[in-house]
Write a protein that binds this ligand. Structure first.
Ligand code: SF4
Length: 142
């Protein structure tokens, strides 16, 4: 991929960015989850986009297992409070304007008032396309 498209291919169009996320995130995660009954995430509804409707337990059709989102109902502020009250170690970049962290070349600090995921793939401009592809939403059927 890099030989054909260069080190910084993700800045050269969304297709290249999705190719990179596919090679470096989606495919390796798929291998890691293969054969497992369930996996846990830190997704929250307050992160917006499709995450606004996630269930605590979902069927993950992409990985053929259950995806459990125990923080689905939590807000960013509740997570911060819990981390503080329980002295849980955390990434100090969260205190420097990075509420959402991804790969270094694809993450910047946000400005006051910006959406918490505005610093991810900021050059793409589409606020509804802040996903790398590992979180495909499929609600659990009753
Ligand atoms: S977030 Fe990571 S995997 Fe996705 S385009 Fe950027 S460097 Fe590649």
């Amino acid at each position: 991929m890099v030989r054909q498209n260069g080190n910084n291919l993700f800045y050269k169009g969304r297709a290249n960015r999705e190719l990179c996320c596919g090679v470096r995130k989606v495919e390796p995660l798929g291998r890691a989850l293969s054969g497992l009954d369930a996996w846990l995430t830190g997704l929250r509804r307050d992160q917006g986009m499709e995450r606004g409707s996630i269930a605590i337990v979902e069927w993950d059709s992409a990985h053929a297992n259950y995806k459990i989102n125990p923080l689905a109902n939590w807000t960013f502020e509740q997570v911060q409070e819990f981390v503080r009250d329980n002295e849980i170690p955390y990434n100090e970049l969260h205190d420097k304007g990075y509420p959402s962290l991804g790969c270094a070349p694809c993450t910047r600090a946000i400005k006051p008032g910006e959406d918490i995921r505005a610093g991810r793939w900021w050059w793409e401009g589409d606020p509804d396309a802040k996903e790398c592809g590992i979180h495909i939403i499929a609600p659990l059927e009753a």
